[in-house]
Design a protein. Structure first.
Length: 283
């Protein structure tokens, strides 16, 4: 496996751990950043567990072991201490513009040549870039579970340089994935279309049109979706879907208004796979 430049992932939740996994598997040393020691330990363990699973399925690069890749992972709680030669920084922190600006701003100062990528699924890349070196800022929207999903949606704002876009295309190729390039717009392409179908599926359950399982089976067998829209909502998280729907309602109007059933489930803590129950029982 060819060695690649150092990368950094800020935020070690489900998405951050998955992004760290695929960067490690592509041959890059990865600095993993979390807010405090306990979260950092959990994040590093999540990356190791993800690599364990890949090793058991025979999905690691030929000639490498789980231990080889874990040895390339450097956990830290200090964005300011990222290596100056870091080539790519991907943030996967909570979906708030000010948080993303803060962590990417610190990374920009520590790593003067790095591409600054946001894993946001719906926030404006231009808004995030407003307080940053804009030519280096791009959206790099991965999909869950990151090691298995083949698509990365690259989102460019008017200030993103061609060099930054090409660098991210090259990174996606190195990860064994496919990139699409989308202009900065509310919900980009994938979140906007996926949410539209997901919200309508929830309305159909709410109205008693069909069961979640029958709706999902219809989309899987009739339209060749690998996963139905309601099971996908459970995997993504009902709270995440609600937040995106509320954001797109503000930006694009009432056609994205969240169904009451979605609000009720989030209020009850039925968040999907991560809570054990959403439209399906995951317990």
């Amino acid at each position: 496996m060819d060695a690649r430049p150092t990368t950094a992932v800020i935020g070690g939740g489900t998405m951050g751990a998955g992004i760290a996994h695929v960067l490690l598997a592509a041959g890059s040393p990865v600095v993993l950043v979390e807010a405090d020691g306990s979260r950092l330990d959990a994040a590093a363990q999540a990356v190791a567990a993800s690599l364990d699973g890949a090793a058991q399925r025979g999905k690691l690069p030929e000639g490498t072991t789980r231990d080889d890749l874990v040895a390339r992972l450097t956990p830290t709680t200090a964005v300011e201490e990222l290596p100056a030669d870091t080539a790519l920084v991907v943030e996967a922190v909570p979906e708030r513009v000010e948080i993303k600006q803060t962590v990417l701003g610190a990374a920009a100062r520590a790593c003067p040549e790095a591409v600054l990528a946001s894993n946001t699924s719906s926030l404006s890349i231009g808004a995030i870039a407003a307080e940053l070196p804009g030519e280096r800022v791009i959206g790099m929207h991965f999909f869950n579970p990151v090691p298995a999903q083949k698509l990365v949606e690259l989102v460019v704002h008017p200030g993103t340089s061609e060099a930054t876009t090409q660098a991210c295309r090259d990174w996606v190729d190195a990860l064994g994935k496919t990139s699409i390039v989308v202009n900065d717009a509310p919900g980009f392409a994938t979140s906007r279309l996926g949410l539209t179908v997901g919200l309508e599926a929830i309305r159909m359950v709410e109205e008693g049109v069909a069961s979640p399982d029958d709706i999902d089976t219809g989309m899987q067998l009739g339209y060749r979706w690998p996963m139905g829209p309601l099971r996908l909502t459970d995997v993504v998280g009902l709270d995440v879907r609600l937040a995106i729907a509320e954001h797109l309602t503000r930006e694009l109007g009432p056609r994205f208004t969240p169904p009451q059933l979605l609000r009720d489930k989030v209020e009850r803590g039925e968040l999907g796979q991560k809570s054990g129950r959403g439209f399906y029982d995951w317990s």
